[in-house]
Design a protein around this ligand. Structure first.
Ligand code: KIV
Ligand code: ZN
Length: 396
């Protein structure tokens, strides 16, 4: 393969990471963030090399407008995006907010499903098509980078969805987002929606297709990856998976799935994964949403090993029980947790770290005392180990 062919293949396989922590993420009840917190988060996301930062919904409030405007002022590498419904006031306000951005994007959306058409918009299919053309055309008059989203796309009739996407492309949209707004789709079904649109909609080859998955059935990450397999080249995600109801697809999970399983899904992102834990902790701190201990990638236990068999394996070779390292995601180092399932090998290594080299008899005695203690106590801390070893040495 020539260098040009390599570069072209690499571009084709590149997945754009669009972070919506500050917009959809902030729509989690109780997750609101202050202006300063958003500015700090924008800096972290940019350092992490996230491609697009959706900083808010400018018409929603003066605070949101100001956040989008100020994020647009400080971010220079990532694209800064604001959300707008399909109306003049929304689009004008959004255009105003992203004006200072070096690279700005207007993200405009409209519901397309029968349920939303009948119960929310009271609009016919023809009305929807007209509104798409009008709103995207207007957004393009302000900005060369326009994303159009079909809200509730996965519950929309596929032939109508094709017509909507065609109208948005004709009006000048550069990214087409197919949201699974209510977390209803299934991976193979979602992949098929993209395949169908990419194969059948005129002009589909000129735009980037995007996933936007909610987690109501716990499928947001699986669906997003299936969308990529179906041809999407942008994923919309939020740090720690926060967002409306059960949340959005988690940034850290998708980015690491693409990195770790490049053999199966030959696509890559530009994210510097070593910033992932910092971003996760920051979002948890400012929203007050704790990260569950067993959360993939960023949970406290994601690289902790307690059972004797696992600890023994880890001490022989890390790859036995780790498919990525905590260093890959900026999470310190692997942790062999001392508990009732721990084995003698890990116990001896732990004591070595604490400065003890015990003979066989003393080690046996200390290990027995440790097991007795671990049966009674949930956490055995380093200080507990020091105390019991000192005691075993003094009285053993
Ligand atoms: O879930 C959704 O449909 C959205 C759109 C506004 C993109 O968040
Ligand atoms: Zn959403």
């Amino acid at each position: 393969m020539s260098t040009e062919q390599n570069t072209a293949a690499s571009e084709r396989d590149r997945v754009i990471v669009f972070d919506t922590t500050m917009r959809d993420g902030e729509q989690s009840p109780g997750a609101s963030m202050s202006l300063d917190e958003k500015l700090e988060l924008a800096k972290i996301l940019e350092e992490m090399r996230v491609d697009v930062i959706e900083a808010g919904f400018p018409i929603a409030s003066n605070g949101d407008f100001e956040a989008v405007r100020q994020v647009s002022e400080i971010v220079t590498e990532s694209v800064v995006c604001g959300l707008a419904r399909a109306g003049v006031a929304d689009i004008e306000r959004c255009a105003e907010a992203i004006k200072p951005a070096k690279r700005g994007r207007i993200h405009t959306f409209l519901s397309t499903s029968p349920s939303h058409r009948d119960h929310i918009l009271r609009a016919s299919q023809e009305d929807i098509l007209e509104m798409i053309t009008g709103s995207v055309t207007m957004a393009r008059n302000f900005c060369g980078d326009v994303e159009w989203s079909a809200q509730d796309a996965t519950r929309t009739e596929q032939d109508f969805l094709r017509r909507c996407v065609e109208a948005a492309i004709k009006a000048g949209a550069t990214t087409i987002n197919i949201p699974d707004t209510v977390g209803y789709t299934y991976p193979s079904e979602y992949a098929d929606i993209f395949r169908d649109l990419i194969e059948n909609v005129p002009g589909a080859d000129r735009v980037i297709f995007s996933t936007h998955c909610h987690n109501d059935l716990g499928l947001a990450v699986a669906n997003s990856l299936a969308g990529v397999q179906g041809g999407a080249r942008q994923v919309e995600v939020a740090v720690n998976g926060i967002g409306e109801r059960a949340g959005n697809a988690a940034l850290e999970e998708i980015v690491m799935a693409l990195k770790v399983r490049g053999d199966r899904l030959p696509y890559h992102t530009g994210v510097d994964t070593t910033h992932i834990t910092r971003a996760s902790r920051y979002v948890s701190a400012i929203t007050g949403f704790p990260v569950q201990f067993n959360k993939a990638i960023v949970g406290k236990n994601a690289f902790a090993h307690e059972s004797g068999i696992h600890q023994d394996g880890m001490l022989k070779h890390r790859g036995t029980y780790e498919i990525m390292t905590p260093e890959d995601v900026g999470q310190g180092s692997s942790n062999l947790v001392m508990g009732k399932h721990s084995g003698r090998h890990a116990f001896r290594e732990k004591l070595k770290d604490l400065g003890y080299e015990l003979g066989q008899n003393a080690l046996n005695e200390a290990f027995q005392r440790f097991k007795d203690l671990a049966d009674k106590k949930k956490h055995v801390y380093d200080d507990d180990l020091i105390a019991l070893v000192d005691d075993a040495l003094a009285h053993g």
